[in-house]
Design a protein around this ligand. Structure first.
Ligand code: DX5
Ligand code: ZN
Length: 215
């Protein structure tokens, strides 16, 4: 059974507490929190105070996805704002090993995300240090985009590395996830599915989360 991380980016920001409480009562395993800086990605979402506000009401761990340049500057702030996991982008971190150690020192689960064009091989020397690898299945920056089919190949390559070397990181897929691609993603080795618009755009988001979970 996969773990489900609904993305709060697709929630109604004027009713954030209501939507967080809906997630608390649902079968969601995490709340995925998308931080965008308008530099690493061409969009701005929200920042530390909003993360803190979500944390105040959340009864699920916050899976914080940093789509920002120089994320080292903000690791401590997001840790204090309630992050359970902090995922940085490979493409934004020239000193990735140091960034990952820093996240661990803060007592937070370290994750690394890779963009659609980034091969999984570039992570070979860091995989043993990670709790999570996030495979972007759309170009980061916006919810509601179309799933990129090449993702399956990347997920199964990661799964093969996990098995070969006995690593225990989880594989998370983010972008365009829905009931049509969930089964193949799980079969290829995905452990955590992020879903934003598919959950929040549905008539009954809690039921949609349960449907994804029971795939
Ligand atoms: C995209 C974000 C995703 C996004 C997913 O840059 O990282 O987490 O919220 O949204 P959907 O599920 O709508 O593609
Ligand atoms: Zn995300």
């Amino acid at each position: 059974m996969p773990e489900i991380a609904p993305s709060i980016l697709a929630a109604d920001f004027a009713n954030l507490q209501r939507d967080v409480e809906m997630l608390n009562a649902s079968e969601a395993d995490y709340i995925h929190v998308d931080i965008m800086d308008g530099m690493f990605v061409p969009n701005i979402s929200f920042g530390i105070p909003v993360c803190e506000a979500i944390h105040k009401h959340a009864r699920k761990p916050l899976d914080v996805h940093l789509m920002i340049e120089q994320p080292d500057r903000y690791l401590e702030a997001f840790s204090k704002a309630g992050a359970w996991g902090l995922t940085v982008h490979y493409e934004a971190c020239p000193h990735l090993h140091s960034t990952v150690q820093h996240i661990r020192q803060l007592g937070v689960q370290p994750g690394v995300a890779i963009n659609p064009h980034t091969p999984v091989d570039v992570l070979s020397e860091i995989l043993s240090d990670l709790s999570l690898v996030l495979v972007m299945s759309v170009n980061p920056g916006f919810g509601g985009q179309k799933f990129i089919e090449n993702t399956y190949k990347k997920v199964s390559a990661l799964k093969a590395l996990k098995e070969k070397f006995g690593y225990d990181f989880k594989i998370e897929v983010d972008g365009g996830v829905n009931l049509d691609n969930a089964t193949s993603l799980i079969q290829n080795g995905a452990d955590i599915l992020v879903a934003g618009s598919f959950v929040f755009g549905s008539v009954n988001p809690a039921e949609t989360i349960a449907n994804l979970k029971n795939k």
